[in-house]
Design a protein around this ligand. Structure first.
Ligand SMILES: Cc1cc2nc3c(=O)[nH]c(=O)nc-3n(C[C@H](O)[C@H](O)[C@H](O)COP(=O)(O)OP(=O)(O)OC[C@H]3O[C@@H](n4cnc5c(N)ncnc54)[C@H](O)[C@@H]3O)c2cc1C
Length: 377
């Protein structure tokens, strides 16, 4: 199938790569976003995200491994460096479930004794908890990868329209825009991040999504901006009163830490992304405990993610619409892969078993929460 018309709603980490893929495959693509590519109100701004192939959920492990190829294809095609393979150290009270999944899915890893963590992450203060080292993985250069996708999208003749979607008819492929009126296409991809809360009812999909606002904080010194470039990513599971955190180097800037706890619920009219000073202080306490961060706070950023009822993504087809939402805080590492998967579905491909397992029919019966959010169990 080539030369079809496609509308992609949402220019975030899932929608933009899909639009780029469809344009590269010869389709006429209109990408619609009310605020533009990876905007500050979306889930996708900022320079970096953790990129890992270790997960307690087997399907996310498998998709993580598949994302390596997609990320490499993006880098090769665009000539842009899109990730840094610095490895990920995951420290937790009981990593047995993680280890079981890594063995089952054949993900390269090393079990690390509590006292030995400094061998894998130099300078990290040991505590009583063991860790798991996964060499494949590191940080996605998120802003670079979005720029690479935008370059491919523009180069392939894609059109970006800044407008708000206020209606969708899945049977006819019609999208109503607030300013520009009505667009019709052979296929529509809807990847609206937290905007799914308003758009799902238009598709007759009744799914309780819960978007949150979360905060990350950079530590570093402008005098030595490359100090943390090669430091591995670190996951620290919840302990005591701490919710745990995820952390990563942002090359050329510093080291980034995000506590695994929301700043507040996301609501559609709340456009304030001012960082919480209290959250910054709490994050600084964690940073100090680690031992290898001695620099002060550089900056902080608030952005959104959207939990699905079971903490896994929602990918399905509804009439002429391909729907992708419920990123559950773990979606950026899959962005290049997601572009390939969603573009394939938009072209009429049947989902493979892993993608099919993320479909809407899993919510037909009682919903079993499998994960608390995208980052940890
Ligand atoms: C603090 C934080 C840390 C994170 N850490 C990681 C990490 O370490 N690793 C990882 O893999 N992931 C991480 N994530 C998650 C990752 O960033 C998201 O999963 C990903 O960005 C989701 O992208 P998206 O395209 O689904 O949504 P979005 O980026 O929200 O894009 C959706 C777009 O749709 C547009 N839109 C919505 N409704 C409408 C409408 N009606 N009309 C027009 N446009 C509309 C919006 O303007 C938006 O631009 C983190 C997220 C946050 C917030």
């Amino acid at each position: 199938m080539t030369g079809q018309t496609a509308i992609v709603v949402g220019a975030g980490a899932w929608g933009l790569p899909t639009a780029a893929q469809l344009a590269l495959r010869g389709h006429q693509v209109t990408l619609v976003d009310r605020y533009g590519v990876a905007n500050e109100l979306s889930s996708s701004p900022g320079p970096t995200r953790v990129w890992r192939h270790a997960d307690t959920t087997p399907v996310l492990c498998r998709l993580g491994l598949r994302s390596v190829g997609a990320m490499d294809r993006l880098a090769e095609r665009s000539g842009v460096e899109t990730y840094r393979k610095v490895g990920v150290l995951w420290r937790d009270a009981d990593p047995s479930r993680l280890l079981a999944t890594l063995r089952e899915e054949d993900v390269e890893h090393v079990e690390v004794d509590a006292a030995d963590v400094g061998r894998w992450l130099p300078g990290l203060t040991p505590n009583e908890r063991p860790a798991v080292w996964t060499p494949l993985g590191g940080c996605v250069l998120a802003a670079h990868s979005m720029a690479a996708q935008a370059q491919l999208f523009n180069g392939a003749g894609g059109r970006l329209l800044k407008d708000e979607v206020v209606g969708i008819d899945a049977s006819s492929g019609t999208v109503e825009l607030r300013e520009s009126g009505r667009l019709v296409a052979d296929t529509v991809v809807v990847a609206p991040g937290p905007g799914a809360v308003a758009l799902l009812p238009m598709l007759d999909v009744d799914l309780p999504l819960v978007p949150h606002l979360e905060q990350v904080v950079h530590f570093g010194s402008p005098d030595d901006p490359h100090r943390y470039d090669d430091v591995p990513c670190l996951f620290e599971g919840a302990y005591g009163a701490s919710p745990g955190f995820y952390s990563m180097p942002t090359p050329g800037l510093g080291f980034k830490i995000g506590l695994d706890a929301q700043v507040r619920d996301w609501t559609p009219d709340d456009l304030d992304r001012t960082p919480s000073e209290q959250r910054t202080r709490e994050t600084a306490v964690e940073a100090e405990r680690l031992g290898f961060i001695t620099d002060p706070v550089l900056d902080a950023q608030v952005c959104s993610w959207t939990d699905s009822p079971d903490g896994l993504f929602v990918i399905d087809r509804v009439g002429r619409v391909v729907l992708a939402c419920g990123d559950s805080g773990a979606g950026f590492k899959f962005s290049a892969l997601m572009g390939e998967i969603l573009a394939g579905l938009a072209e009429g491909d049947e989902p493979d078993a892993d993608v099919a397992s993320l479909g809407l029919d899993r919510f037909d019966g009682p919903i079993a929460p499998q994960r608390r959010s995208g980052h940890f169990l």
